[in-house]
Design a protein around this ligand. Structure first.
Ligand SMILES: Cc1cc2nc3c(=O)[nH]c(=O)nc-3n(C[C@H](O)[C@H](O)[C@H](O)COP(=O)(O)OP(=O)(O)OC[C@H]3O[C@@H](n4cnc5c(N)ncnc54)[C@H](O)[C@@H]3O)c2cc1C
Length: 313
């Protein structure tokens, strides 16, 4: 059994099934993808979690080319606060035409997925691992570290996760000219409240009408301060900062929406071996870099470990 139908859990399940091992995936939400999320908002398709992904490894490139053909590079540059280009060390940035979450949908095809099912407890017995009334020979947690720690009784998460507030901001087109200059602006830590601001119009086919849409990520400090504030409070502050960043007149905002990722990204992934009960495995950004490509690769690597374990039983 696999807990969590994010990209790590789905990749792990696909790799197990390819080895002839039946895998069942439990997912708390009604939709797969986890932090690789897309929202239909104001008629636009907007990525609220993963903004783009890279494809450095041959295995991941092959997966994208065979399973998912409709992905495109984002050609416009990403700039820092001094208007210097931020080159992605992992190569070109890509997005999926139908929304980045579509990749998760493609990965979920043919899998046994129990959506809308939260795993509250996992019991480890000599005869197997018990969960939701059934017994399994192995369990993979494809959840953020703190959730894995709770389910597997680890006492403490192997890594700490930062929350992340995300604001979707829509403006009338006439108000924005600087948005054409680049896809995104990244700000170093300390430039409160915005960590990064992405203009979704640079993903062709996503934005309808004469609108400009930004996805703005709040800095960790700002997020911690405002995680439990009413959305109108943090949205106003984030919109103001975004307008200063892109030099947008303050009366141009036509709609806004806020989302909180309580376990947004880990501070650092752990390189140490994590002590787990027999038959228990983990995958995802607890032990891999927090990117689509790396958690997908980690899902596959974890599936190999599960296969070896099952063979050795
Ligand atoms: C705001 C933001 C922006 C990002 N931008 C990028 C980017 O541009 N490029 C990039 O490569 N990466 C980006 N990342 C990182 C990327 O999203 C993650 O590394 C990756 O999606 C993690 O996938 P995962 O499968 O490990 O975990 P998740 O996607 O978190 O999947 C875990 C799944 O488990 C489910 N779940 C949780 N608890 C339970 C339970 N008890 N029972 C059952 N199911 C449960 C959740 O609903 C979720 O679907 C971003 C992250 C955030 C938060």
């Amino acid at each position: 059994m696999i807990i969590g139908a994010g990209l790590a859990g789905l990749s792990c399940a696909q790799a197990l099934v390819a080895e002839g091992i039946p895998a069942r995936v439990f997912e708390r939400a009604w939709v797969v993808g986890g932090r690789c999320a897309t929202r239909l908002w104001q008629g636009h398709l907007v990525d609220t979690g993963v903004q783009y992904f890279t494809a450095q490894s041959n295995d991941f490139k092959k997966e994208l080319l065979t399973r998912l053909r409709q992905f495109r590079p984002i050609i416009s540059p990403v700039l820092d606060r001094h208007d210097r280009i931020v080159v992605s060390p992992a190569g070109p940035r890509f997005y999926v035409l139908q929304g980045n979450n579509y990749f998760a949908h493609v990965l979920s095809r043919g899998l046994d997925i129990r959506a809308n099912t939260t795993v509250e407890t996992v019991m480890f017995h000599a005869g197997g691992i018990e969960c939701l009334g059934e017994t399994y020979p192995a369990v993979v947690s494809a959840l953020p570290g703190p959730e894995t720690a709770r389910l597997f009784g680890l006492g403490k998460s192997p890594v700490d996760y930062e929350p992340c507030l995300v604001a979707l901001l829509e403006y009338g087109e006439t108000a924005v000219t600087r948005a054409r200059e680049c896809y995104a602006r990244l700000l170093p830590e300390g430039n409160e409240p915005v960590l990064s601001s992405y203009c979704e119009n640079h993903k062709a086919g996503r934005i309808v009408g004469n609108k400009i849409v930004f996805v703005v990520q709040g800095s960790p400090r700002f997020t911690r301060e405002h995680a439990d504030s009413p959305a109108e409070v943090y949205l106003q502050l984030m919109a103001k900062a975004n307008e200063a960043l892109w030099r947008i007149p303050s009366d141009g905002l036509t709609a806004s929406y806020g989302h909180l990722w309580r376990q947004g990204r880990p501070l650092e992934y752990t390189r140490q071996k994590i002590d787990l009960p027999p038959g228990a495995f983990i995958c995802g950004d607890t032990q891999a870099e927090s990117t689509v490509e790396n958690v997908w690769l980690d899902g596959r690597a974890t599936a190999k470990k599960v296969v070896d374990y099952l063979k050795g039983r």
